[in-house]
Design a protein around this ligand. Structure first.
Ligand code: PNS
Length: 170
């Protein structure tokens, strides 16, 4: 016999995927896709860090994130500065979603998750990175591309175009 429903209304669950996304990679997109199928609303929040200049300006990163997530109607893009826990409190966010590539990621991510829990009680959900992206990071993609290595398949095609153009202009 199937489980009976008593008409309980479950609350909308809104989560955040925070990061620098300079630029977005296919590894990030895999995490966003999975978060979007697990939760009602996903906010991809780009950290605005005035003291650290990226290869792409925050507005450019947002443009690329918007284009890359345009097929999902429950993903939105935003920016934040200051503490992520404060962003979560002021935007009705129940949990942070983080991709974990390796044990080395987990050490620091666990520490941040516990600090964030200590600060406001906000929870962190870890999603294991899909194996095909476990070696992909924005910084390695930039380094390899800067030296002429092939990063096709690691970022969306339109990001690769922008990356190649930006590096050539430097
Ligand atoms: O893509 P990144 O740069 O690895 O993302 C790191 C990020 C933005 C998730 C992390 O640095 C962060 O949460 N920064 C916001 C500041 C903050 O809340 N610091 C306290 C962490 S316990």
């Amino acid at each position: 016999m199937g489980r009976q429903s008593f008409g309980t209304v479950s609350p909308m669950v809104k989560v955040v995927c925070p990061g620098s996304f300079d630029p977005v990679t296919n590894g990030h997109l895999n995490i966003f896709d999975r978060a979007a199928s697990l939760f009602d609303e996903v906010v991809v929040a780009v950290l605005v860090n005035e003291s650290k200049r990226g290869l792409f300006a925050v507005d450019e990163r947002i443009e690329m994130l918007r284009e890359a997530t345009s097929l999902h109607d429950n993903i939105t893009i935003d920016t934040f500065d200051g503490l992520l826990v404060d962003y979560c409190s002021s935007h009705g966010i129940s949990a942070m979603v983080k991709g974990v590539r390796a044990v080395s990621d987990f050490d620091y991510e666990l520490q941040m998750a516990q600090m964030n829990d200590h600060l406001t009680g906000v929870d962190t959900v870890f999603l294991p990175t899909s194996p095909e992206f476990s070696f992909v990071s924005s910084s390695l993609v930039k380094e390899v591309a800067r030296h002429g290595g092939d990063v096709g398949g690691l970022v969306p095609a339109f990001v690769l175009e922008r990356l190649t153009a930006r590096l050539a202009a430097q």
